[in-house]
Design a protein around this ligand. Structure first.
Ligand SMILES: Cc1c2[nH]c(c1CCC(=O)O)Cc1[nH]c(c(CCC(=O)O)c1C)Cc1[nH]c(c(CCC(=O)O)c1C)Cc1[nH]c(c(C)c1CCC(=O)O)C2
Length: 356
């Protein structure tokens, strides 16, 4: 019998954090982007009658909604229930999330003056966030909580377009026509994203993910010159890793970023999120051996028959072995019409296939 005192398991030793750092794991960790949300009847029941951005600022609702998929699916991580536009909303920008549409901005940013008029985010307005994160960390025990923020570019698309968009033409036009105002806008968004992340890490989040969902609409050259420095500033804003300041794994994700994959890692990420378009073995070649990969099952596969689901999950697990580490996820968020039973099954299957 060992006489060493029992040390309670810590999120820092979880498979998620270990995989993100490129360390050996007991089994491949799995979580799903948008695991909390409309695919769960218990989410729909709890959210009924509360606007999305209201719910995000209520510590009781945030805690309960974040925990729902952890209890139901046995995923290896929780992700904070929030939204990428929340720091803007808390700062005082008039934004609403319209169901089935997405964030809609009352007064879009169209001029240099609009950029300069944007309010900054005061950290003392984030008490609700600190409370929610602390409660969650206490409830989760050894299961890590992933904090997140929206990357400056993706937030800029909502502010400039005024809402969701396919081409992001106004955003690109502003980027080309007003390079100085563009830089100022992205600098300001980077500052508020870093503030939002610092509060989450300081209160116990075990990893952070930066969502640059729409960065894939840019060429690699434009991304490198006009966007990358600002995303890097968000991660740098967490502190000096060499000195151990907020040294939690950093995940960087975007959709349609096949051509940008090497650059996504350069931003200072330990983990690069990959959508379903590029197989993980090819993604590992593009990203290099210094980073873990996260992904990349097509969310639409979960709507197919069980045989297809199992075949695709096996393929992703196999191809993920080419990377230095693999965090199983979807290539983008869970579709609302997904049968939650299929998500639970995927968690079990990934664990079974990867058990050491
Ligand atoms: C682009 C983006 C947004 N929000 C987010 C992104 C980046 C990730 C991505 O690319 O999907 C990030 C986000 N939004 C939400 C989370 C919570 C954590 C999670 O479970 O992943 C996260 C990480 C909750 C949410 N954010 C939203 C919901 C749905 C709200 C509802 O219940 O009606 C949830 C659970 C709303 C939202 N918010 C946004 C959109 C496009 C939508 C969908 C609108 C719709 O289809 O109704 C903006």
């Amino acid at each position: 019998m060992s006489t060493a005192p029992a040390v309670p398991p810590s999120p820092a030793d979880s498979d998620l954090v270990r995989a993100a750092r490129g360390l050996p794991v007991d089994r491949t960790p799995v979580w799903f982007m948008r695991q909390a949300g409309r695919s769960l009847p218990e989410y729909r029941a709890l959210r009924a009658g509360t606007a999305m951005l209201q719910a995000c600022q209520d510590p009781d609702l945030v805690t309960e909604i974040t925990l729902q998929p952890v209890r139901r699916h046995g995923v290896d991580a929780a992700i904070l229930f929030s939204d990428i536009v929340l720091p803007l909303v808390v700062a005082g920008v008039d934004i609403e999330i319209k169901p089935g549409v997405g964030p809609v901005v009352a007064s879009p940013v169209r001029t240099v003056a609009d950029v300069d008029a944007l309010p900054g985010l005061e950290p003392d307005r984030l008490d609700f966030l600190a409370t929610a994160v602390r409660r969650l960390v206490a409830e989760l025990g050894p299961t890590p909580l992933i904090g997140f923020a929206g990357a400056p570019f993706t937030l800029a698309t909502y502010l400039i377009e005024g809402g969701p968009s396919k081409e992001h033409a106004r955003t690109k036009a502003f980027m080309y026509a007003e390079p100085e105002a563009w830089t100022r806008l992205l600098e300001r968004l980077a500052v508020s994203a870093a503030t939002f992340l610092r509060v989450q890490v300081d209160n116990g989040a075990s990893a952070v993910q930066l969502f640059d969902s729409w960065a894939g609409v840019l060429s690699a050259a434009d991304y490198a010159a006009r966007v990358l420095p600002h995303s890097r500033a968000v991660f740098d804003g967490l502190g000096d890793r060499e000195r151990g300041e907020r040294d939690v794994p950093r995940v960087h994700f975007g959709v349609g970023t096949g051509e940008l994959l090497p650059l996504l890692g350069d931003v200072g990420a330990d983990v690069v999120g990959v959508d379903w378009r590029v197989p993980l073995d090819e993604a590992a070649r593009r990203v290099g051996p210094q980073r873990t990969l996260q992904g990349n099952l097509d969310p639409a596969v979960l709507l197919a028959d069980r045989e297809t689901v199992d075949r695709e999950v096996r393929r992703v697990v196999e191809q993920g072995r080419a990377a230095r580490g693999h965090v199983f996820n979807l290539g983008h968020g869970v579709l609302p019409e997904t049968d939650p039973g299929v998500l639970t099954h995927v968690v079990e299957l990934v664990h079974e296939l990867s058990q050491r």
